[in-house]
Structures are given as C-alpha cells and as structure tokens.
Write a protein that binds this ligand. Structure first.
Ligand code: ADP
Ligand code: MG
Length: 255
C-alpha cells in the first residue's frame, strides 16, 4: 500500500521551502567544506543527498538550520533569510535527526520527546502527555513511553529521536545518516517511519547510504563531492543514466 502510493509519484510539489545560494563554509584550519552550494528544496519534496565521507553532507545540513555559520552566500528557510535574528525561528521549523540518537539517558521516551515543547511552548502536563502518545504511535512505539533509552533497542531509540524532532511540529525534517549506527535488522523499521513521513507530505533532506530508500522515496537525488553538488536528478535518471563521471564512479563503488 505504502510502496504503491510512493511508486505512483503523483505528488505535486509546492513552493521552495529551502534555498541555498552560493553557500561557502570554511572551517578553522582551512578546510573548504562547502564550495559554493546552490540547492533548492520544495514543499513536500524529499531530497536525498549521497556522497563520499568528508564531502560536506553533514555541514550542508547543519548550515540549513543554523548550527554552522556560513562564510558567503545565503540560506533561506520557509521564506526567511537565515541570520542571527531569524535563527531561532528557523530552528523551530526544522527538525533534525542524527546518526547518534543523543537521547537524554536520565529521561524516559516521553520525557525526551516532550522536553522541548514543555520548555518552549510551555504546554501543560496533560497536553504534552496526549501529544507524546500521539507521536509514539506515529513512530510505532505505543506503550513504550515510560522506558528509558537503555531499555530500548537502537532502532527504537532512533524512532524516539524522530518523535522528539516531530514534537516541535517542524515543517522540514533533516536526516543525517539516521540509520548508519544501527544494526542491520533495525534499519528497516527506521526507514519505514521516514517513508511514512514522506508520504504524509513532510519536506525532507535525507543524507543516507541506503540506496533502496533513496530510489524508492527520494523525489530527487543529489551527489556531493568535495563541497559541491556534482549532480542532481530524478531517481531513475540518477541511477540509470548518471551524467557525471564522478557519479558513475561513486555508484559503482556502492552498488
Ligand atoms: P560528510 O558529512 O560528507 O562526511 P562533513 O560535512 O562532516 O562531511 O565534513 C566536510 C569537511 O569538513 C571534512 O573535510 C571535515 O573534516 C571538515 N569538517 C567538518 N566539521 C569540521 C569542524 N567542526 N572543524 C574542522 N573541520 C570540519
Ligand atoms: Mg556526515
């Protein structure tokens, strides 16, 4: 059912929700992590970014929600130009999920999920309990809200991390190798949650090595290399008929 809905690709994409124009980022020591990146993501779109280690994928995601300052260029999120003034507002619109789940070990699943809404939105206990139950259900963890991270599997912890990001009701979700730290048998359950989010129309930028997911769920695939977007295309042409030698070389290594 899920797969069928995705396969039909009848999705109509909305307005631009993320825009990067000429974005450069150099780290102390002189590493040029982003070398003039132009990238646009539209509402409801799932952009999958692949590329070798060190090519700038994480830095790119971190620049979108203002975790890194850029040296040149411009980032816009949902119509706002990212700056010191807009950064907090933009962060509330953007949820991020990392390779390491980073859950607070002394808080239960519900405690982790509702921490930010309690602080930022000042919701009552009853409101947050209802919302947490809804979010746990959404990531397939109904009934496990009282567990602490060490009482959950890696896949379950990562799904709590996704629920925690969703708790702020973001309009955009960024995933940075969300399944890379998981045992193989747990990867599927996390990808399934991501796939459902995509189907519900969430705008997403997904850095991943899971080519099956990229192909099935991605609306567009981009290859990064040495701080640049080398190629971007619809999944079929990206995988079947890559234009650039760099893309062919990368695909031949991983497929
Ligand atoms: P990827 O996620 O594609 O593996 P990154 O965005 O993590 O790549 O890194 C891009 C480049 O920037 C790499 O050369 C990396 O070593 C460098 N880099 C990333 N973060 C930092 C940092 N905080 N300080 C210095 N160099 C960094
Ligand atoms: Mg990375």
């Amino acid at each position: 059912m899920l797969k069928k809905a995705l396969d039909s690709r009848t999705k109509t994409l909305g307005e631009e929700i993320i825009g990067l124009r000429g974005v450069r980022k150099t780290f102390p020591g002189g590493v040029l992590a982003l070398d003039g990146v132009d990238l646009h993501v539209r509402q409801d779109e799932v952009l999958v970014i692949i590329g070798p280690s060190g090519s700038g994928k994480s830095t790119l995601l971190r620049c979108i929600n203002g975790l890194e300052e850029i040296d040149a260029g411009e980032v816009t999120v949902d119509g706002l130009v990212l700056s010191e003034r807009t950064r907090d507002a933009i962060r509330r619109e953007v949820g991020m999920v990392f390779q390491s789940f980073n859950l607070f070990p002394h808080l239960t699943a519900v405690g982790n999920i509702m921490l930010a809404p309690r602080l930022v939105r000042r919701w009552s206990r009853r409101q947050t309990d209802e919302e947490a139950a809804r979010l746990l259900d959404r990531v397939g963890l109904s009934g496990l809200g009282g567990r602490y991270p060490h009482q959950l599997s890696g896949g379950q912890q990562q799904r709590v991390a996704i629920a925690r990001a969703l708790a702020m009701r973001p309009r955009i979700m960024l995933f940075d190798e969300a399944t890379s730290a998981l045992d193989p048998e747990m990867i599927g359950e996390v990808l399934e949650v991501m796939k459902e989010l995509a189907l519900e129309g969430m705008s997403m930028v997904v850095v991943t090595h899971e080519m099956g997911f990229a192909r099935e769920v991605g609306d567009r695939i981009a290859l990064m290399d040495a701080g640049r977007i080398v190629e971007q295309a619809l999944p079929e042409s990206f995988f079947e008929d890559p234009r650039h030698e760099r893309t062919r070389a990368f695909l031949s290594q991983i497929l």
